[in-house]
Design a protein around this ligand. Structure first.
Ligand code: SF4
Ligand code: SF4
Length: 139
């Protein structure tokens, strides 16, 4: 969520879909950086971002309107799951969870993985088309 070309700045769907839980020591009172007031205990070892374990999840740190304009209020202090959750298509890698969260808010998928069989079909089609073009002049 750092520049205007990043689809995340007009999305935020993952912050309003999933429970964001992490080992308790990521919070400030455990020596970590996540503001403890924005977390709540999940069990003996885990905490979660407040709001993300609710029936209608929405992280308390999320600012703005999902699907329009959003930012993370604790971007530099966000917990590991947020740091590791890539938007679908980043580095060419499909993230089904990203697209599923976006769909929940009526947002289109960012990335459509192409099946290997389709790639093979395309390669075969291209090869036969090329052959036709090469052979067509007078042969
Ligand atoms: S759901 Fe995907 S695109 Fe939307 S904010 Fe999360 S990572 Fe970014
Ligand atoms: S901490 Fe920030 S990135 Fe993580 S769920 Fe909350 S608003 Fe989203």
């Amino acid at each position: 969520m750092s520049d205007t070309l990043n689809p995340c700045v007009s999305c935020g769907a993952c912050c309003g879909t999933f429970r964001v839980s992490f080992y308790w020591s990521e919070a400030e009172d455990g020596g970590g950086v996540v503001p403890v007031d924005l977390t709540e205990p999940l069990n003996l070892f885990m905490r979660n971002m407040r709001g993300t374990n609710d029936r209608a999840p929405r992280c308390v740190a999320l600012q703005g309107e999902i699907g329009s304009c959003v930012s993370c209020g604790i971007y530099e202090q966000r917990p590991t799951p947020c740091r590791e959750f890539d938007m679908s298509g980043e580095n060419g890698i499909y993230n089904e969870a990203c697209d599923r969260a976006r769909a929940k808010y009526g947002l289109p998928p960012l990335f459509s993985p192409v099946k290997p069989s389709l790639i093979e079909s395309y390669v075969n089609l291209s090869a036969s088309t090329l052959q036709e073009h090469v052979q067509s002049p007078g042969l």
